[in-house]
Ligand binder design. Sequence first.
Ligand SMILES: O=C[C@H](O)[C@H](O)[C@H](O)COP(=O)(O)O
Length: 156
Amino acid sequence: MKLAIGADHAGFPLKEEIRGYLERLEHEVIDLGAYNAEPSDYADFAEAVGRTLIAGRAQRGILVCGSGVGVNVAANKMPGIRACMCHDTYSAHQGVEHDDMNVLVLGARIIGPALAFELVSSFLNAHFQKHEERFVRRLNKVLAIEARYMGETARH
Ligand SMILES: O=C[C@H](O)[C@H](O)[C@H](O)COP(=O)(O)O
């Protein structure tokens, strides 16, 4: 599978471990940084991964920051991106099967490489169950919300 991966400085060490894991499994990996642990901003990497999926250059993405929250929030601002932080294997595959999640988000300050590899494996081996009418109906409602509120913003 063609995969886009990205992380800020806090996610960098785990992203490196994940890249190695994916390459051992012979996936095609587009590594969008960070390329070192110098302080950086999670939004830049979330956007880079999202842009790569939107352009069709990768089928799925993996994003890592310290908690997972920042990249999760940022990636979901982009149309067509369905990113979710999953630190349990059930959500990592069910999120794809039921919700067509296309970006797996991990928190490098929360989990270690062994669990991360299991989560990535669950995510990559799962497929959206498009023959299930209820999942398609719900996804279409999500896409309709995205289209309805494009360009608007919540006030504090
Ligand atoms: O949600 C945000 C992420 O967890 C960041 O990785 C985190 O805020 C980075 O923290 P710091 O700049 O203190 O290393």
